[in-house]
Design a protein around this ligand. Structure first.
Ligand code: ATP
Length: 233
């Protein structure tokens, strides 16, 4: 195992409520890992913990040998870890292109720029000058993904990117994934749709009430194992 990305004994709390318990997870360069689990299992809390929106013990998250668990969100982003947050969280008063350019402000070098992004999602070039909130939900999700890519991350984390979108749009977004990951970029994908999660990932983790209830290769885990890990039945 490399020291690319590793979470060790991660706990998370909201006040007195404990949302994550001793979570362990690792990722290799270029690897796509899916996180599945029922509502409230702790998936978003995990994303927030890694991205610095919730702070932890420094040693709970290691990135290329460095302890980053206690860093702020801007410091984590500058190291090349980008989050596509649940609910997109675009800037409503800014245009599509302005939202995308915000991702580029970190000034990280890499393959992603506006040109390449518009080639990936041509509709965004057509609509570049309109306010981001004038777009459909699917198009807004493309902007949220694009904004993350513009920071040229080495790890992109996507939190329920298909939530509330039409199946045709979900397919379009997932078809774009192979063109996004690879070239050394790894991904953690939080997904409610288990078939989608399995089809895009090499390995998966299932969370249940803040704990990892299953970890395995996406190709070989059985539906029964997943059902047990997901619902605890
Ligand atoms: P969903 O699919 O509904 O987004 P999730 O797996 O992402 O679920 P989290 O959002 O991480 O789950 O929530 C984990 C637990 O932490 C839940 O019990 C939730 O109620 C609780 N929780 C989440 N955010 C907060 C908060 N800001 N304050 C208090 N409790 C919270």
């Amino acid at each position: 195992m490399s020291d690319f990305f590793r979470i060790t004994a991660l706990d998370a709390h909201y006040g007195d409520f404990q949302a994550l318990y001793g979570l362990n997870l690792h990722l290799e360069p270029g690897e796509v890992v899916a996180i599945i689990g029922a509502n409230g299992a702790g998936k978003t809390t995990l994303m927030r913990s890694v991205s610095g929106l919730l702070r932890n013990r420094a040693e709970a998250v290691r990135w290329k040998g460095r302890e980053i668990g206690a860093l702020r969100a801007d410091q984590v982003a500058a190291l090349g870890i980008a989050l596509v947050p649940e609910g997109r969280q675009l800037f409503p008063s800014l245009s599509v292109e302005e939202n995308l350019l915000i991702g580029g402000q970190l000034g990280r070098k890499g393959p992603w720029n506006l040109r390449r992004l518009y080639d990936l999602f041509p509709i965004l070039e057509e609509r570049r000058a309109v306010p981001a909130t004038a777009l459909s939900g699917g198009q807004q999700q493309m902007v949220a993904i694009g904004r993350a890519l513009m920071s040229n991350p080495e790890l992109i984390m996507m939190d329920e990117i298909s939530l509330g979108l039409a199946p045709v749009i979900i397919r379009q977004i997932y078809e774009a994934l192979p063109g996004i990951v690879g070239e050394g970029m790894a991904a953690i994908i939080v997904e409610q749709d288990i078939s989608k999660a399995l089809s895009v990932s090499r390995r998966l983790y299932c969370l249940q009430e803040g704990r990892v209830s299953l970890e395995g290769a996406s190709e070989t885990v059985s539906r029964d194992e997943i059902a047990r890990a997901y619902f605890g039945v």
